[in-house]
Design a protein around this ligand. Structure first.
Ligand code: GDP
Length: 364
């Protein structure tokens, strides 16, 4: 999963991104070697992995991971090529969802590019750049489709959608605020636009305000009201504290969070919110060689889920031996679960569930 961190200058993006890379550096065991400087990879926290590791005495544990892209450099006018505008916009095109960092902390030492702290104005500034960029693409596409439609009437639906989108953009609204049918969503994906990307607002608050998740912060209140209108999620963090947490060992981290009165780090909450925003779940594979979590879209059938491991698994899929994580733990071992008849044989129409521990059988 790829997430892009965007936001105006001086809102705390680099502080958050550095915390992410620091946290990522600690969790070794990645099947990656070269990571570009603007990409931070972190493990998706999943307590089930350590339980399975204990049960199988595995050689290694491989968590699912998320790639965070630091998409810095957005300024007013980016869509017109100001600053590194175009480069910035092309980076957004590559990510599946946007984490929009919004400044909700006061600090007279840290200047705001537009003079004062104002989350809604900041959101509008960024959204407008995405909207301008999308408008350009949509207008070109409308012209092209109008020509093609003369010989291909099947494009009528597409043209209508393009016009609806154009109208929305011209009203200064993002495409993600439109309610679309499943078919329209598919078409929009093909247009590869920016303002259609699912978005989480990250409210960056002070060390003081994060203790109650920004409950008493007026900017967070505004941000939440805005997000509600778009069905978007808000995650309140303090980037500075995230940076401190990232440097701690696991045990110290828990102590530190407890002292602050928090249950989870902001990063962990961000990861959870991203999973839920994108409709993702994890299934697990376990054996003496490795215990591993795999991220898939909720609703995938067994062969496609197997394809996540290897395309051969999907092509030659025969069946899946599935047991729910909780059943496996209750039985104590895979063989005990089998004796109790809790290991199910599922076919190609089985829809994989979060926490399924699966062994795929396939032909090569
Ligand atoms: P970017 O331009 O969006 O990448 O912003 P930076 O991460 O460089 O942060 C800009 C300034 O704000 C730096 O001096 C940070 O130390 C400071 N800053 C970032 N997050 C917080 C925060 O949560 N609280 C406070 N008080 N300052 C912060």
């Amino acid at each position: 999963m790829k997430l892009g961190i965007v936001g105006l200058p001086n809102v705390g993006k680099s502080t958050l991104f550095n915390a992410i890379t620091e946290a990522g550096a600690e969790s070794a065991n990645y099947p990656f070697c070269t990571i570009e400087p603007n990409i931070g990879v972190v493990a998706v926290p999943d307590n089930r992995l350590s339980v399975l590791d204990e049960m199988y005495k595995s050689e290694k544990v491989i968590p699912a991971n998320i790639e965070f892209y630091d998409i810095a450099g957005l300024v007013r006018g980016a869509s017109k090529g100001e600053g590194l505008g175009n480069k910035f916009l092309s980076h957004i095109r590559e990510v599946e969802a946007i984490l929009h960092v919004v400044r909700c902390f006061e600090d007279s030492d840290i200047t705001h590019v537009d003079g004062d702290v104002n989350p809604l104005r900041d959101i509008e500034t960024i959204d407008l750049e995405l909207i301008f960029s999308d408008l350009e693409i949509i207008e070109k596409r409308i012209l092209k489709t109008e020509k093609l439609i003369k010989s291909d009437k099947s494009l009528i639906g597409e043209l209508e959608l393009l016009k609806t989108i154009k109208k929305t953009l011209e009203e200064g609204k993002t495409i993600r605020t439109l309610s679309l049918t499943d078919e329209e969503v598919k078409m929009v994906k093909g247009f590869n636009l920016l303002s259609s990307k699912p978005t989480i607002y990250v409210g960056n608050v002070s060390e003081e305000d994060v203790k109650d998740y920004g409950e008493n912060n007026i900017y967070v209140k505004e941000l939440k009201e805005h997000a509600l209108k778009e069905n978007a999620e808000v995650v309140v963090i303090c980037a500075k504290i995230e940076a401190e947490i990232a440097e701690l060992e696991e045990e110290e981290k828990e102590l530190f969070l407890t002292e602050l009165g928090l249950n989870e780090s902001g990063l962990d909450r961000l990861i959870k919110a991203s999973y839920s925003l994108l409709g993702l779940i994890s299934y697990l594979t376990a054996g003496p060689k490795e215990v591993r979590a795999w991220t898939i879209k909720n609703g995938l059938k067994a062969p496609q889920a197997a394809g996540k491991i290897h395309s051969d698994f999907e092509r030659g899929f025969i069946r899946a031996e599935v047991i729910a994580f909780n059943d496996l733990v209750a039985c104590g071992s895979h063989s005990a679960a089998k004796e109790k008849g809790l290991v199910r044989l599922e076919g190609k129409d089985y829809i994989v569930k979060d926490g399924d521990v699966i062994l795929f059988r396939f032909n090569v």
